[in-house]
Ligand binder design. Sequence first.
Ligand SMILES: NC(=O)c1ccc[n+]([C@@H]2O[C@H](COP(=O)([O-])OP(=O)(O)OC[C@H]3O[C@@H](n4cnc5c(N)ncnc54)[C@H](O)[C@@H]3O)[C@@H](O)[C@H]2O)c1
Ligand SMILES: *[C@@H]1O[C@H](CO)[C@@H](O)[C@H](O)[C@H]1NC(C)=O
Ligand SMILES: *[C@@H]1O[C@H](CO)[C@@H](O)[C@H](O)[C@H]1NC(C)=O
Ligand SMILES: *[C@@H]1O[C@H](CO)[C@@H](O)[C@H](O)[C@H]1NC(C)=O
Length: 390
Amino acid sequence: MDYIESKRRNDFTRKIALAAGATALFIFMLKWSSDISVSTKFSTHEPGVTHVLVTGGAGYIGSHAVLRLLKDSYRVTIVDNLSRGNMGAVKILQELHPEPGRLQFIYADLGDAAAVNKVFAENAFDAVMHFAAVAYVGESTAEPLRYYHNITSNTLLIVKTMAAHNVKTLIYSSTCATYGEPDKMPITEDTPQVPINPYGKAKKMAEDIILDFSKTSDMAVMILRYFNVIGSDPEGRLGEAPRPELRDQGRISGACFDAARGIIPGLKIRGTDYKTPDGTCVRDYIDVTDLIDAHVKALAHARPGKVGIYNVGTGRGSSVKEFVEACKKATGVNIKVEFLSRRPGDYAEVYSDPSKIKNELNWTAKYTNLEESLSIAWRWQKAHINGYDN
Ligand SMILES: NC(=O)c1ccc[n+]([C@@H]2O[C@H](COP(=O)([O-])OP(=O)(O)OC[C@H]3O[C@@H](n4cnc5c(N)ncnc54)[C@H](O)[C@@H]3O)[C@@H](O)[C@H]2O)c1
Ligand SMILES: *[C@@H]1O[C@H](CO)[C@@H](O)[C@H](O)[C@H]1NC(C)=O
Ligand SMILES: *[C@@H]1O[C@H](CO)[C@@H](O)[C@H](O)[C@H]1NC(C)=O
Ligand SMILES: *[C@@H]1O[C@H](CO)[C@@H](O)[C@H](O)[C@H]1NC(C)=O
């Protein structure tokens, strides 16, 4: 009896162990096969599907680009090392498109040649949108090597790796800062590029590397020189959330929102005696939704061996005073403004001539409107006091 009882128990235990083992094996195989099928989607070219590598896709502009690319049925790989971007933005994008083969995130440093080579070896990209960079003029003057490293040298590495892996299309994020302070307005693509700070110089050098290389290859290249980017996703899914420590480096829209929230006491307008209609600096603001539309059009028009260089702006300047008025209306807060003397290195007036991109890519700014763009961005800011952390 005792013996039989114990044998039965042993049999039972053995059966349980066997069943558990089989289940574990089954789960393992299921996971393994789904990993394989997920990775094949990214690692092989599929007819009719364009796979875009978005560097800096966790950042402000890059995340908005990914949102649009996914909506338009592109396959997207983000590479970012989160030094300035937000994993929260990537999570939102992944939740919107959980289907296998739509979006993958790879944590890697674009200054690390071995890591970048591995990304290109394991994935089949059709195009690269290269957003990743550091992007504050003031910081670039204080830490020039950070800029030459993370802009110029990292772009060189991207171009070399694209060539080695035969990736044929590059859309590059450049900036109006490459023009410096031209005497003639508006700025056309033929305006001489004489950058006056390390940020603009690093971007100009990166452009030169791309352009010289393109003369020796059939790579399709589109260089977009953005003016001042504002706004965020009209549906409120994404926003601009720079690191708190970069706040004083920040751009005017960030400062306006911080003032509206009471994080800073008010806005300091530096320089009221410029030769402009109201004495304050004039800039060409472009909504991020319009900017990303220019990228999608650039990608659609990219052709082997061809280079396209385009200004992306509205063609109309707005003064700092106008900007602050729009921000007051957008936020409903009567932001305190202090007028100070000029800051060295600021130029009076910068605005684009966007006729080339209109004629060649059929792109015009449709969404940009200071008050409306700032209202949309403010809605997200108000709902995300701690950026993507809440
Ligand atoms: N914001 C503007 O007004 C403006 C104007 C003109 C041009 N641009 C250009 O647009 C691009 C995007 O700017 P943004 O405003 O979205 O900046 P951002 O800082 O929000 O995004 C940059 C992203 O790149 C990532 N990154 C930086 N260095 C990296 C590295 N070594 N390895 C991996 N990832 C790295 C950061 O983590 C971040 O997610 C930049 O190239 C910038 O120069 C921006
Ligand atoms: C991101 O990359 C830079 C080099 O460009 C590196 O110095 C930094 O430590 C990295 N940051 C993170 C969080 O990995
Ligand atoms: C940029 O490059 C410098 C090295 O010059 C590095 O220390 C820094 O972490 C890099 N990354 C960023 C985001 O600044
Ligand atoms: C240009 O874009 C507009 C929409 O913005 C579209 O209606 C028009 O057909 C386009 N023109 C060409 C030539 O593609």
